[in-house]
Write a protein that binds this ligand. Structure first.
Ligand SMILES: C[S@@+](CC[C@H](N)C(=O)[O-])C[C@H]1O[C@@H](n2cnc3c(N)ncnc32)[C@H](O)[C@@H]1O
Length: 289
């Protein structure tokens, strides 16, 4: 085990790791499991295996969570030969077996880049299923509000004339999150083939884990969840079976501690064109659609 900045990183199989995590000790489990799509770390290509692993994982994930804790499970699609299986449908069906877990949101994570499909629409979203253990759960909406479309807008008539018409702290970020994915040119890109962005986890940590609380990720890869947790002053425990990824996560945390880690925090504008930016022109034949 490596410990850095309040984060404990294990090189282990997810099941062996979870078996050692204390019952009721975790505020937020956030993870992205293997999709079984032929990545270097995938041990199967079968949807049936994806389902059976999730059936085995479920009781352990629920056991380690505190009552009122959250489980955020991030998945995309299993695409083979142009045929797409939405993995969240499988996770949802599997996790529905548990009586203590309640789905609060199916968050659509949308991003602008990816493979260009030819015989179907190009895939530009994945999802996060957010569950709580029980009904009395931690949720700090104020920590993750985003600017209103018209921030200074006030009621101009009626009994609330002159008062702010929206929450002055900002609005609810909704369940559609536009956050760039980690492609080859992203500042966060490492040697890991399938990172999720820090900002995606950062919002979940701020909203769903109290300050000083515990975040866990049993498939931590390059340690993105650890970075979001430590940056937001939460504790972290996680594992990956691959020693090189654990080393990578350790290195990223050391850089974070030294103030040298490059990442794209939540709330950063997606694109602010400068005066000199070349702006693509609309071809004349696109005049009216
Ligand atoms: C989708 S990636 C997670 C990437 C991570 N979210 C990040 O931002 O880097 C899934 C990870 O699970 C790991 N993994 C696959 N099977 C595992 C197992 N049985 N136990 C532990 N880790 C496993 C892989 O090595 C891979 O790094």
């Amino acid at each position: 085990m490596i410990e850095v900045a309040g984060a404990k990183l294990h090189q282990a199989d997810a099941f062996d790791f979870l078996a050692k995590v204390k019952t009721g000790s975790v505020d937020l489990v956030v993870s992205s499991p293997p999709y079984f799509m032929g990545k270097e770390y995938d041990t199967s290509l079968s949807i049936q295996d994806f389902k059976s692993i999730h059936l085995r994982l479920l009781p352990e994930l629920v056991r380690v969570l505190k009552p009122g804790g959250s489980l955020c499970w991030q998945v995309g699609h299993h695409v083979r030969g142009g045929v797409s299986v939405p993995l969240d449908a499988i996770v949802y069906g599997t996790f529905a077996e548990d009586e203590e877990l309640f789905l609060r949101n199916r968050i659509i994570w949308t991003f602008g880049h990816g493979e260009h499909a030819r015989r179907r629409f190009s895939g530009r979203h994945e999802t996060v299923l957010w569950y709580t253990k029980g009904d009395d759960y931690y949720f700090d909406l104020d920590a993750v509000r985003v600017p209103q479309k018209y921030p200074g807008k006030k009621h101009y008539k009626g009994p609330r004339k002159g008062e702010w018409s929206g929450n002055p702290l900002g609005k609810n970020p909704s369940d559609i999150w536009e956050i760039p994915n980690v492609n080859a040119h992203h500042v966060e890109k490492t040697a890991h083939p399938c990172q999720f962005p820090v900002a995606l986890v950062q919002r979940l940590v701020k909203a769903l884990c109290p300050p000083g609380g515990m975040v866990a990720d049993p498939f931590m890869g390059s340690g993105t969840s650890a970075i979001a947790a430590v940056h937001e002053k939460r504790k972290f425990v996680g594992c990956d079976q691959n020693a090189a990824y654990v080393k990578l996560a350790h290195q990223r945390l050391l850089e974070l501690k030294a103030g040298q880690l490059k990442f794209r925090p939540i709330g950063q504008a997606l694109y602010v064109p400068s005066d000199k930016s070349a702006v693509a022109q609309r071809p004349p034949h696109f005049a009216s659609n």
